[in-house]
Design a protein. Sequence first.
Length: 226
Amino acid sequence: MIGELLPDSVVAVEAHGEDETGRVPLLYPEEEAVVAQAVDRRRREFAVVRACARRAMEKLSVPPQPVLPGERGAPRWPEGLAGSMTHCDGYGAAAVVRTIDLASLGIDAEPHAPLPDGVLRLVALPAERGREVELAARQPSVHWDRLLFSAKESVYKAWFPLTGKWLGFEQVDIEVLAGADGERHGDFRATLLVPGPLVGGRRLQHFEGRWAVRQGLVATAVVVPH
């Protein structure tokens, strides 16, 4: 699902549910230390997405190695790689690309369900809330509020490696485009309301993304080309 939202240069690996044994994927000692005090659910999610990341590395002929959280929890990728990870109930995914092919990327997956009461007001700008109402009237089978939240998460994950700075929900305006003829996939455009990152000597004020709804999930992805 995530892979369909990304260009061919990106390797995406997904995990649905648990394996037949219910085992938690093995972690490197450095990774074990990070989640030593974590509850079982957090430890499992941490391990599953790193197993996905290592399988993606192997497909790029990069030796598997630890993926440790860095500043603000962003994963620290091996030199020459960029990537993003996401997890929610019963699902985990990692997407990895060589930095010669893309400047950055971000992925996110969420349960396809309405946001909890009050959350949309905290994450959406007035213009976004207005567009969400219009989309819901046209295509009520999609939870557009959750899709907007996911898109902002993907934008942040693509933004942070380029800037090293926080990006608040109110600092990006996302216009989601509905799929043609009711299809549950499409594109979105994120307008940065603060100075964007410099990429190849050019300041970017927009990120482009894609979205899809399937199997009880909403997934979004953003790629930043050179």
